[in-house]
Design a protein around this ligand. Structure first.
Ligand code: GRG
Length: 295
């Protein structure tokens, strides 16, 4: 990867880390155990893809509103979904972000509450930090609420659990699951960045198109890595999908076709980016960098 891409990515990630530290209650806040659990998971070193997308998308436009609180809100919401996904009643996983999952390091009730608190914190952050721009606050809250709600993130998770129970999903069900469980938050990240930048309706639609493609590419790559990666590099349990008998792009189409589909979706995302204003070089390089993880 070119060094200016890496420098910029590190810069964005550093801003996100600083924002998480600033906007999430400290681990000394009462009840200490709850805030420790929230921070344990948040600070376990995720890739920060979604908040970086918020920051980079906002910068397609001249500075308008500070996108950092929105970026932190997105990472809080994403982290809640991971904590709850790992619970014994869902995916029952022991390892996440290279560490024992929250219910293993603390206990199930604390993990449930830490997830609830991060979800709530996301909306409180938006209402608080964009209070002086109520139209923007409303648009950001609506975007995040829609993406994380029963038709999208939670709906995708529900269909995923149902598909697992009946031991398999059709291609149509797989697309629904991935468009909602994975792509919805990636799409919302780009759109929320655009809203902070003052994007008009046509650009918001353009950002959605990029997010849909990027989200699908991300999920296909995740499915491939589940087969080809290991616990140490993934920071989570490799081979979990096959073990659980899950339908994935690899199971449905085979490894080679899944690799081709990941390339096609990445190309389509980069093509859709070209229709947006501003300098897309960083976002295009980010899309390519995701793809190189499977090379
Ligand atoms: C519990 C409502 C609810 C939803 C759970 C996030 C999720 C939905 C499930 C996790 C399992 C999974 C494979 C989700 C697809 C999206 C995905 C690959 C999430 C992991 O995102 P990364 O790789 O994680 O960006 P980091 O840790 O880097 O942030």
């Amino acid at each position: 990867m070119p060094t200016d891409f890496t420098t910029k990515l590190n810069d964005y990630v550093a801003r996100v880390e600083e924002g998480l530290d600033r906007y999430v209650p400290s681990a000394r806040t009462r009840p200490v155990r709850l805030h420790e659990a929230m921070r344990y998971s948040l600070q376990a070193g995720g890739k920060r893809l979604r908040p970086v997308l918020v920051l980079a998308s906002a910068e397609l436009w001249p500075p308008a509103a500070d996108p950092l609180p929105a970026a932190v809100a997105v990472e809080c919401l994403h982290t809640y979904s991971l904590i709850h996904d790992d619970l014994p009643c869902m995916d029952n996983d022991d390892l996440r972000r290279g560490r024992p999952t929250v219910h293993k390091a603390f206990d199930e009730a604390t993990a449930l509450l830490a997830g609830d608190a991060l979800l709530t914190q996301a909306f409180a952050l938006i209402a608080t930090h964009y209070a002086a721009q109520p139209v923007l606050a409303n648009a950001l809250g609506r975007e995040l609420g829609d993406a994380a709600g029963s038709r999208r993130l939670i709906g995708g998770q529900m269909e995923d659990l149902l598909a697992e129970k009946k031991a398999g999903a059709t291609a149509d069900e797989l697309e629904f699951i991935h468009l909602n469980k994975t792509a919805a938050m990636i799409e919302a990240s780009l759109v929320m960045g655009g809203l902070c930048g003052g994007a008009d309706e046509a650009s918001v639609a353009g950002l959605r198109a990029v997010g849909r493609r990027l989200g699908l590419a991300f999920q296909i790559i995740d499915d491939i890595l589940d087969v080809t990666g290991d616990n140490a590099t993934l920071g989570k349990t490799a081979g979990k999908d096959a073990q659980a008998g899950k339908t994935t792009y690899v199971k449905l189409h085979g490894l080679a076709t899944a690799q081709r589909l990941a390339h096609e979706q990445t190309d389509a995302a980069i093509e859709a980016l070209q229709k947006l204003p501003g300098d897309h070089a960083f976002l295009a390089a980010l899309a390519r960098s995701m793809e190189t993880r499977i090379k």
